[in-house]
Design a protein around this ligand. Structure first.
Ligand SMILES: [Zn+2]
Length: 395
């Protein structure tokens, strides 16, 4: 048995002062405060207040929209490269994530899905020996495309966009061996509503995005089972007060959670604030949409089939004069800190948007919260949201 001690703990629904967190076999067995329980004599004690008197325990961050980092692109990565990425992610507090696809030729996408499915299954197995650096877990696949709007495609190559059909959806599902957890889809495309209904039936989190939908179509998507919206404001029909469109639905529907790229580049800080007010502490989700360039120096990197160029924190399509944004170099810990800077949200609420909210949106019950029975995926934070330590399954 391992017992973690700190100054404070975010479950994140609640806050516990002087917490004791008990871990057995990589899972959380119980949580209490020092005033309620003694530390058993045989337990291994990790008291983080020794080095950091103000240490905060929180669930590990879960990034549901991530294309890569540390020079690794998830569409092309080998198992060893993915492990390198997984170690990098823990240095930013991430303990679980969805490798996210980019619209590519269908064969290439299927090959990538097979490889990512291998990595997900490998991560489900027993952990490597003690003393290894913690590695973030790929928890499921996010299909960003190929069912996206031409008009709102962002940098997804137009030749790789496809009209949704159940046949193509089935082919992607088979290639991923059922590990698809999330799909971003433009609901206005012919055939989209049918695919949304089928994906929802398979318990996939259906997220509307890369879309030029009117409010009526966005509403029909929710009726069919859509429950989330992808990088709110980016690659969406702009808000209009008479035709609020997909944004009107994403911001106001109580049936939809929604995510945002809080890097201060994709969306202005004031709009992040507006988004947080609209979605509230229960439905706002932080994502990075990070590319292989995250954590790397300025230069040229691969994003699925696209080459991207990074300069001063902006990630744009290589060689395009208009410099369309192509993913980010954001990390989850910075997204959390940005939220506390851009708004009046507490660190606990910002952490919730990076933990419980994304896992609740995607049905991952073992992740994103500190509760008995959940996997012991934990970050140790400073009161400013700096990462002090990350643990995956208690190690
Ligand atoms: Zn993306």
């Amino acid at each position: 048995m391992i017992v973690l001690c700190a100054h404070r703990l975010y479950t994140p629904r609640e806050e516990i002062l002087n917490p004791l967190l008990f871990i057995e076999d990589g899972r959380i067995s119980s949580v209490s405060s020092r005033t309620e329980r003694e530390i058993p004599a045989q337990a291994t004690v990790l008291d983080f207040t020794r080095d950091f008197p103000d240490a905060i325990l929180a669930p590990g961050f879960v990034d549901i929209h991530m294309h890569g980092g540390a020079g690794v692109d998830v569409m092309r990565a080998s198992l060893a490269e993915l492990q390198h990425l997984n170690k990098f992610l823990t240095t930013h507090g991430v303990t679980g994530y969805f490798p996210t696809t980019v619209a590519a030729p269908l064969d290439q996408t299927c090959t990538a899905l097979e490889r990512i499915a291998d990595a997900i299954e490998a991560a489900q197995g027993p952990r490597a020996g003690n003393g290894d650096q913690a590695q973030a877990l790929p928890l499921g696949i996010h299909l960003e495309g190929p069912f996206l709007s031409h008009k709102r495609r962002g940098v997804h190559p137009p030749e790789n966009l496809i009209e949704p059909t159940l046949e193509i959806f089935e082919r992607l599902w088979q290639a991923a061996r059922g590990h698809v957890r999330m799909i971003t889809i433009a609901p206005e495309l012919p055939g989209a509503i049918e695919v949304i209904a089928e994906a929802a039936r398979r318990k996939i989190c259906v997220s509307i995005g890369h879309s030029d939908a009117t409010i009526k179509t966005a509403h029909a998507a929710v009726e069919a089972g859509a429950r989330h919206a992808t990088h709110t404001f980016n690659a969406m029909r702009p808000l209009d007060h008479r035709e609020p469109g997909i944004l009107g639905e994403a911001l106001t529907s109580e049936q939809l959670s929604a995510d945002i790229i809080a890097d201060g580049i994709h969306v202005a800080p004031e709009i992040v604030k507006l988004f947080l007010r609209a979605k509230g502490v229960e439905r706002a989700v932080l994502i990075t949409d990070a590319t292989a360039a995250a954590g790397m120096p300025d230069g040229t990197y691969q994003l699925g089939p696209i080459q991207v160029e990074v300069k001063n924190g902006r990630c744009t399509v290589h060689g395009e004069p208009d410099g369309k944004l192509a993913g980010s170099v954001l990390t989850m810990d910075r997204a959390v800190r940005n939220v506390t800077r851009f708004s009046h949200w507490s660190l606990r609420d910002a952490v919730r948007a990076a933990t419980l909210n994304p896992t609740a949106a995607t049905g991952l019950r073992q992740h994103g919260q500190i509760t008995a029975g959940a996997e012991a995926n934990i970050v140790v934070l400073s009161p400013n949201g700096e990462i002090r330590r990350t643990m995956v399954r208690g190690g």
